[in-house]
Design a protein around this ligand. Structure first.
Ligand code: HEC
Ligand code: HEC
Length: 277
């Protein structure tokens, strides 16, 4: 490929670029540095009301795609594709494959569910800096992960377009791919490489996207504010001692644990052990 074929400094692109980036920033060229791109406009980027079911179905259908699929891409690209169609720039500048790495809990590591990762990336772009102290995007994401951990997946929302409707439902327990998938696979008697598991994860991806789009629509219509996180009754005492309950260290405490997951998923309650003697 000749440099000119992809360079923004080609004559043709210079002309197109000037118009295209007039809103967004610089379209200059330097002989030494190769292509010079326009700078991305500052966050937040524009949201318009989207159809949550259409977005969820796109995610469900994208999931099995060998290139654009997987949970990370499915969640990100389903919403992004709608924003590209209905808003255009600057969404059109984002690469389709940005969230590919999030599949199977990021690189196959089973950490954060990639659907949550893909959707959170869009939430960040849309809601960064909005709300009280500019923190609404964190609250939205925190609430999304809380919601996810409580869900019994997969929901039946996509059963009408699924080859495997009515799959067994199991609570995810945490936002981790590992607990979400492994607990389900064990209960379903399904292998991780099975069609049934992929179908299940495609539905999880669709459901996460549905919920996120629905919430974002409501937020921008002024009808939804994510509740501030409060520890559940089971872990309130853990947080009292080990807190803080947020990243801004507002309460005096040991202040050496970070996070809002349910502690007893992974820890025993050492304060109860002590009661034995
Ligand atoms: C009354 C205060 C208090 C409460 C309530 C409390 N902790 Fe602790 N926890 C401590 C202290 C103090 C330590 C020791 C810290 C140190 O060594 O620096 C500790 C230690 C720990 C440790 C380190 C390993 C261990 O077991 O010693 C873990 C993990 C832990 N707590 C989790 C929890 C969880 C989960 C809960 C709620 C179910 C909880 N704690 C409730 C005060 C508390
Ligand atoms: C997904 C599993 C998981 C969840 C949920 C979780 N933890 Fe932990 N936590 C761990 C692991 C694993 C360690 C490292 C333990 C070790 O080093 O022995 C740890 C370490 C800690 C430590 C430091 C302990 C030490 O001995 O160094 C504290 C305190 C702690 N967690 C408190 C909490 C509290 C409070 C919660 C709930 C708000 C919580 N954790 C939720 C897995 C978890």
């Amino acid at each position: 490929m000749k440099t000119e074929d992809f360079s923004f400094c080609s004559r043709r692109n210079m002309l197109a670029g000037t118009a295209m980036f007039a809103l967004g920033g610089v379209a200059g060229c330097s002989a030494d540095e190769g292509p010079v791109m326009a700078e991305a406009p500052p966050l937040p980027w524009k949201w318009v009301p989207l159809d949550p079911l259409e977005a969820g179905r796109r995610a469900f259908r994208m999931y099995p795609d060998p290139v654009r699929g997987g949970c990370g891409s499915g969640a990100y690209l389903s919403i992004l594709s709608l924003l590209k169609e209905q808003v255009g720039y600057p969404w059109t500048t984002l690469p389709d494959l940005m969230m590919s790495h999030a599949a199977a809990g990021y690189g196959g590591h089973g950490t954060l569910c990639g659907s949550l990762g893909g959707a959170s990336c869009i939430i960040n772009l849309v809601a960064y800096g909005l709300g009280e102290n500019g923190q609404i995007f964190r609250q939205m994401i925190d609430r999304l992960y809380y919601w996810y951990a409580k869900q019994e997946f997969p929901t039946d929302r996509f059963d009408d377009i699924s080859e495997m409707p009515g799959q067994i439902r199991v609570q995810a327990m945490s936002p981790l791919c590992h607990t979400s998938v492994s607990k389900w696979a064990m209960a379903a008697g399904a292998e991780i490489s099975s069609k049934a598991k992929k179908e299940r994860c495609a539905k999880v991806c669709g459901e996460v996207v549905y919920i996120v789009v629905h919430a974002m629509n409501e937020y921008f219509e002024g009808r939804w504010t994510p509740p501030k996180w409060e520890p559940s009754a089971e872990i309130a005492h853990c947080i009292d001692c080990h807190g803080p309950d947020d990243m801004w260290h507002s309460k005096p405490s040991l202040n050496h644990q970070q996070g809002h997951m349910e502690c007893m998923l992974c820890h025993t309650d050492h304060t109860k052990k002590g009661q034995k003697g």
